[in-house]
Design a protein around this ligand. Sequence first.
Ligand code: AHR
Length: 512
Amino acid sequence: MKKIFVLVSLLSVKIISAQNTIVLNADKGKDIINKNIYGHFAEHLGHCIYGGFYIGDSNKTIPHKDGVRLDVIDALKKLKVPVLRWPGGCFADTYHWKDGVGPKKERPSMLNVWWGNVKEDNSFGTNEFLNMCELLGAEPYLSGNVGSGTPQELSDWIKYTTHPNSSSPMTDYRQKNGRPNPWKVKFWGLGNEAWGCGGNMKVEYYANIYRQYATFMTDWNNSDKIYRIASGASDDDYHWTEVLMKELPAGMFDALGLHHYSVINWSKKGSATDFSEEEYFTTMKKALQMEELVTKHSAIMDKYDPQKKKHLAVDEWGGWYDVEPGTNGAFLFQQNTMRDAVLAGATLNIFNNHCDRVKMANLAQIINVLQAVILTKEEKLVLTPTYHVMEMYNVHQGATMLPVEVASNKYILGKHTLTAVWASASKDKNGATHISLVNVNAKQAQNVSININGASYKTVTGRILTSDKMQNYNSFENPNKIVPAAYSGAQLNGSKLSLNIPPYSVVVLELK
Ligand code: AHR
């Protein structure tokens, strides 16, 4: 009898642990998922701009508009890129925007000292970038040079780009350079990684510099209010956030940045494609740390700003591995596997769930650099697994976040554990509810039971991104190895939804 009892207990433990449960609070939606959480980042680094977006206006082999690749624009329009940060990164604090405007023949060249000392001929500058954003339907986010620039230079950039015609020598200069009217540029960064490549400053010093620069970023002559983003903390540097919240006058900033890369070890990052389960696990551990980072930085901000008027902009995030063999080490060109799809899906769920404070995030970087959504090689173009996750998740952009309570199994490797299932949900303007789910576990599929509170639905449909190996990727030779597929594995039974998610997979469900 005792033996039978033990067996039954063990079995029930196994059954319970095989089941993940989620409560979907469909009637508790309050906060909007800002579409800018699905933002991107483009730096003058490797082949992100040159060879990625821009191929020059005399190119005869690849279709383009004013030198900007049209296949790239088409693919990014499908992604609904809401905001694009430019020109860096570390590059931003070496960039002098006036070198990149006016007749191309007269633009001076410089060395790109952060990224391989290659020649930067400034043929892609402010006009090219802002016109490209208009083509893309994305809002620009200009990252100002605070590290080696001047307040005057940044103030002039604002006038050149946004002030009404004939209001300053800068607006006359804009017209002379062929742009009849101002662009719309709301988002401005004041330096990048001020604690590192942006000047190696202490936060107390940066706070003063910030106040000086912000003072001269007047938008008094401009109908669109400027949104200022301070160079934020690296990872868990909570002191940085604390000092900025304390020292920056409320009227002078709108958001603090935060940078967090999922890197195994800065001196040995490992291959992007040829990795072990241990390496996968460590990458995921670093990625999932985003939950703690966002929670703790937000808690500090809450002390000074309980009404959450100031935002967190995670303006660099993503996976960082060794460059592809045979490529320039300074160009940060890496492939993109199912590991990256899982990383992106889980991170975006974290941002969605924290949308009361996180109003922007910018994946690093959009083309050919780090966790790119597009890879290009001459006329060829590949959409990465990360692209497909961003496309599947774009249903959340601008939707009302529905809180979920997730009781997940553990993903165990040796002595270490991670939460296996990560989810978020939202209701869009047409009344459809979307739930995005990620199974981080590399070995075991997860049964998930979702209890729906506060709404009733008639149908469920879905899409899945999965592959038979987590190291799989889309190559120039086989660009469609990993693409989203219709998913019919979810069963709706009254207020209960059940599904099974394969290992390292991403699922998005639609309930109507
Ligand atoms: O994204 C690559 C680099 O990483 C950026 O230039 C810098 O801001 C960060 O350290």
